[in-house]
Design a protein. Sequence first.
Length: 294
Amino acid sequence: MDDRPTFDLQSHSIYSDGTLAPAEVVARAAAAGVELLALSDHDTVDGVAEALDAAAATEGALRVVTAVELSSIDGDHEDLHVLGYGVDHTDATFLATLERFRADRGARADRMAEALESACGLALDRAPLEARRAAGLPIGRPHLAQSAFDHPDNAQRIADEGLADFGKLLEAYLIPGAPAFRRRTTPTVAEAIAAIHAAGGVAIWAHPFWDVDQPGEVVGAIDRFVADGLDGVEAFYVTHTREETLLVAQACADRGLLTTGSADFHGPDHPRFDRFRAFALHGLRPRLGPIAQA
């Protein structure tokens, strides 16, 4: 008996840091038994229409909820993510807001590329980065990490540092506190929540233990974000432990918040986020609220 969740509310395509086109993401999700899917690319809804069309072709086997994932800042926390579900992906004001967020994201990518080369002494394979830029596609940390990992001039250093794949290089150089990390300037978590609400969506804090380490700090952040209008938290996540899941789920239950979940699919060859439905509910019932009505 397959008791894995049949919803998967975070996935990514070529429009952000995934490797597949939106229609292929939907096809693979359907083949994996997903019944409710969100394509949640970073700071863009450009792939949502294609995902919706692909879902319609499944004749009801799979439904897609419109979604976006906004990278945000919060005090000393330099990269928290807020998911927006049920947003109007055609709203002109929302699209302009996302364009502004992407411009800041692009400037940050340039600063991190410069840091990798000048501060860290790593060579970058610029060709795939420029190809993405020419195609109007964003450049994120995974693309920078892949560019450094693939450059032959870095091979010996990568081996010496024990970096098994580009994900390990990203963690070594491009996460908060690492030497090539550079923070965004906008939006704050409150601004991200406001933008999602203005577009008719609900705002969910994504994978809280990915960005914040201490349980007490996670609960404290939930309370602060609730004051900004947060609607829920991604309690069920592929890297969350049972204890982390139970803590977040209880905090949400106490506050009347939604609880969602995902395996955060990025593509079949990703070192960590390569499968749908690869997260556990630990005997709990999610509270999807309006998201389930997509």
